[in-house]
Design a protein around this ligand. Sequence first.
Ligand code: FAD
Length: 511
Amino acid sequence: MAEHEHVPHVRVAVIGSGFGGLGAAVRLRREGVTDFVVLERAGAVGGTWRDNSYPGCACDVPSHLYSFSFAPNPDWPRTFSGQEHIRAYLEHVTDVFRLRPHIRFDSEVKLMTWDAERLHWSIETSSGSLTADVVVSATGPLSDPRIPDIPGLDSFPGKVFHSARWDHEYDLRGKRVALIGTGASAIQIVPSIQPDVAKLTLFQRTPPWVMPRVDRPISGFERGLHRALPFTTQLRRGLLWGIRELQVQAFTKHPDELGFVERLAKRNMARAIKDPALRAKLTPDYRIGCKRILLSSSYYPALTQPNVDVVASGLTEVRGSTLVAVDGTEAEVDTIIFGTGFHVTDMPIAERVVGADGRTLAEAWKDGMAALRGATAAGFPNWMTIIGPNTGLGNSSMILMIESQLNYMADYLRQLNVLGGRVAFDARPRAIDAWNHTVQERMKRTVWNTGGCTSWYLDARGRNTTIWPGTTSEFRGATRRVDLAEYEVLRGTGAAEPGRGSEETKLGVGA
Ligand SMILES: Cc1cc2nc3c(=O)[nH]c(=O)nc-3n(C[C@H](O)[C@H](O)[C@H](O)COP(=O)(O)OP(=O)(O)OC[C@H]3O[C@@H](n4cnc5c(N)ncnc54)[C@H](O)[C@@H]3O)c2cc1C
């Protein structure tokens, strides 16, 4: 097919330049793979930490754990770093590991189609087409903002935006603002904007459990120590990791043990909020941990301020500039900020991946997402996702899971190389079913499934397709090696196309 001869080809196409995509790029280089490209729809690296620049945006996991193990940073300024520092860290990683020549910015992947004859992916992006033997999709679990379909929203005369697309040009001072949602982003936004706005109305469908955030600047002495004795950074990371590994049993096997944490959270609320009516509105009726436990020492105090109203009910309708809650409460506002999360269980990239039988991944996953070891799907050979189904965590750093998936990716490529020639691996449906069965069986006892809440961890059918029901070490063990018995090996006819490597220059990669 003549058209294939004109498009550049790479060994690996990585999609996304957040922690997942950049981590994949570093790992590829370390494995000796230089023939790869990172396709990024935006104009800069950083993913989550580029897009979420709302006031107060910060990590919920201490920085020494929420960073790459291969790129420790002795200079984290705070125990829980803010968005700008995490973003700067990712820019730094990009430079130190010389990734920039591989990255194609402003290249949104529109469509990926498996070519069963040539055993490669044809990829169409907003900046041109290419083909790749392997696709590593790191498009992020919390990347595409979700705005609920609220009747009348189109007629709202004021300003509307999502927390992940903050409009920094827009001045909130003196405005009557409605914040929709009480998730991780919203509870960081509330104390950050409350002092500036004329009125803040918080629409709360479900109250979160909130624990104090023990955040402090990291002293010059500590930083000096970490620089002089790098093992102290590792020690610190190890301790942070170990504590979280020990907590996992309570989340996955003994949710009743979390009652103790619930009492601490209630005490935390009682200290900050004296008004029993407000406390009643803010007290969750589900087990702590069922939804993500949120950390903030300033959220509750901000809610007690005279310019804040908590509407303990979801937004149901917009009538002009009046917002109407399910319980009938009305609020007149100038601005609506949606802190309503992301498309998680309906991963948008899945609509754009067309597999061996002509179906999209979204169609293949119409009854719920499922992937072998969180990475590969049957009928989508040589396509893998980073932070795929059931790889999310409720209590620890996602970077640990990403690095485990990168181990899997590295072994996958090694095994492809060992077999040589034109080869692809296609996950066997039986292997996926077995993996998924084990995951879902373990899920039955977890607090996420038994805690009595509905959360973004569950899909439309109520199945938990997002969380990993175990420790990060267990996941690391499960992704150390690719077991070829779990894959069908597809072989193309003939050797690799001559001249494929020469396309590197066209892409400007191979630095
Ligand atoms: C506000 C916020 C706070 C968080 N806090 C924590 C925390 O405390 N602890 C924790 O463990 N996790 C946290 N997370 C989760 C976080 O998403 C992960 O930890 C991690 O950053 C995900 O990295 P990623 O590379 O997989 O995805 P992302 O960082 O989302 O990067 C995905 C990239 O893919 C690009 N992309 C998407 N689609 C396409 C396309 N079609 N074509 C080309 N490019 C595309 C995007 O532009 C983006 O750059 C938080 C998330 C948010 C939103």
